[in-house]
Design a binder for this molecule. Sequence first.
Ligand code: DOR
Ligand code: ZN
Length: 346
Amino acid sequence: MTQTLTLRRPDDWHLHLRDGAMLEAVLPESARDFARAIIMPNLVPPVVTSADAIAYRDRILAALPDGADFTPLMTLYLTESTDPADVVAAHASGLISAVKLYPAGATTNSASGVRDFDKVRGVLDAMAEAGIPLCFHGEVTRDEIDIFDREAVFIEEVLDPIRQRTPGLRVVMEHITTADACAYVKESDGSLGATITTHHLMINRNHILVGGIKPHYYCLPVAKRESHREALVELATSGFEHVFLGTDSAPHTQATKESDCGCAGVFSSSVTMPCLAQVFDDAGALDKLEAFTSLNGPAFYRMAPNEATMTLIKGTPLQIPAPLTTDDGPVVVFDPARPVHWHVKR
Ligand code: DOR
Ligand code: ZN
């Protein structure tokens, strides 16, 4: 008998859509399956003011396919000169849903991010007061910290002190990759949420490095050892209410990935829902998938869950789509490195 699963339409609480030709190509891949997405502001130049966010939102809406039902939830890129009043006004008007904090140098297009956290204290205080969520890229960037330790050190040196100093600040620790982060989120109150990506639930660092280097699995934070992946799966599939899907789907062209200094990012939008159904199925937790993809995120962001539904069907192995064609060059789609038997009913 065919197995099917119907859930409320999912949302993606962390997505990179880029701009121009790339935006045109990747937006339909998200709009097909997701009702809403938190749109990352790390364009070049970044989306730092309300005016930037309005213009970017208009470009996204203009690029939507006819008939698509997709709402971009905009964010502002926090810099050391961000005006607290602009942030509060942008949130009060409904323009933005969150503010993004990149520690300077942490990842793609983060050069304008924050070097000195004391310099953004005023903005964080204003955000705590107004209840505006802060999406935090959770890695320290000091040269001497090993890349595999950067998330765990971040919790201790940056995140926990900021949360203690700014009580009430609502923080999303993004794309968590370690058992340390899972433990920290589990022991925190409802002011801390966390997102987990599709790829971090499916790959560990061996996928990147064993048998030859696989640039399409390289992203930031970098995937950790298997025990950390297992902790992420356990947390995501537990139904824990402060953890939800943020794909961090981050398109780069094949040429910029397959390079002697390859870009960080995994493009997973096209296959995320089948992949997640497989992860939850393997964990015997299909009944928890809707919480992760469609309920916990809206609850954290104080929004209603979607009324529309999506149906997934279990059947033949999913074929990973060919690279997406864009006017900038092909973009390779995430290969989950294991059979996936779920499909989205179209
Ligand atoms: O792998 C990543 N890619 N991690 C990030 O934090 C940024 C993203 C991108 O923009 O390409
Ligand atoms: Zn990201």
